[in-house]
Design a protein around this ligand. Structure first.
Ligand code: GRF
Length: 183
C-alpha cells in the first residue's frame, strides 16, 4: 500500500514508519503544515517526496485543497498522522474516510487532546502509554487499532514519561500500520 505521512514537528514517528516500510506499505510522500520543520528536512535528505505549505499563508481551505491534491498526485492511498498538530476539516476526513490513522500519546479513551502526560501524572495513574487510532471527525475519537503501555514511576515528570512513551510509539506505530495495511 502507498502511505503518505503528515507531520508538524521533529518527525521521529515518521522516521520509525520509514524504517519499517516493506511488504505492507511504502512511504510515497511526507507532507507538513510547517515548511521549516526538521522532519521535512530529514525526509528530503532521505529522498522521500515532500509537500509543505503553511495554512497561515493561504488560509485553511486552500491549504487543505493543495494538501489533498499533493497527496493524491504522489499516489498516496492511506495517511498516517505523525505529530501532525492541526485538526483536519470534516471535508478532508470525509474524502479519506477510513484511510487515516493517528498516533496519540495516551491510552485512549483517556486524555484526548494535549498535555496527556501531565494529566496522567496528576491523576496518579499507574500506567501511561500510546494508542494508534482511526481518524474521524471527533478529535482522537476513532476506533483504536493498537495500544502500548508503560509504567508511570514515582517522581516522573511529563518529560520523563513522554520519553518512555515515545520509545513505545516507535515500536507500536509501524507494527499497527503494517497490520492495518496488510489486511
Ligand atoms: C508524539 O508523541 C505523538 O504521539 C504526538 O506528537 C508527538 C510527535 O513526535 N501526536 P514526533 O514528531 O513523531 O517525534
Amino acid at each position: 500500500a502507498k502511505l503518505g505521512i503528515l507531520i508538524s514537528g521533529r518527525g521521529s514517528n515518521m522516521q520509525a514508519l520509514v524504517a519499517h516500510a516493506g511488504s505492507a506499505y511504502e512511504v510515497v510522500v511526507v507532507a507538513s503544515d510547517r515548511p521549516n520543520t526538521p522532519g521535512l528536512a530529514w525526509a528530503l535528505e532521505h529522498g522521500i517526496p515532500t509537500f509543505a505549505l503553511s495554512p497561515k499563508e493561504v488560509g485553511k481551505a486552500t491549504y487543505e485543497v493543495a494538501l489533498d491534491a499533493a497527496l493524491r498526485a504522489a499516489g498516496a492511498e492511506h495517511l498516517a498522522l505523525a505529530g501532525y498538530m492541526r485538526l483536519l476539516s470534516n471535508d478532508f476526513v470525509g474524502r479519506w474516510r477510513g484511510r487515516i490513522v493517528n498516533i496519540h500519546p495516551s491510552l485512549l479513551p483517556k486524555y484526548k487532546g494535549l498535555d496527556t502526560h501531565g494529566r496522567a501524572i496528576a491523576a496518579a495513574d499507574a500506567v501511561g502509554g500510546c494508542s494508534v487510532h482511526l481518524v474521524t471527525e471527533e478529535l482522537d475519537g476513532g476506533d483504536v487499532l493498537g495500544q502500548a503501555e508503560v509504567p508511570i514511576l514515582p517522581g516522573d515528570t511529563p518529560e520523563m514519561l513522554a520519553a518512555r512513551v515515545l520509545a513505545e510509539e516507535h515500536r507500536l506505530y509501524p507494527r499497527v500500520v503494517s497490520e492495518w495495511l496488510s489486511r
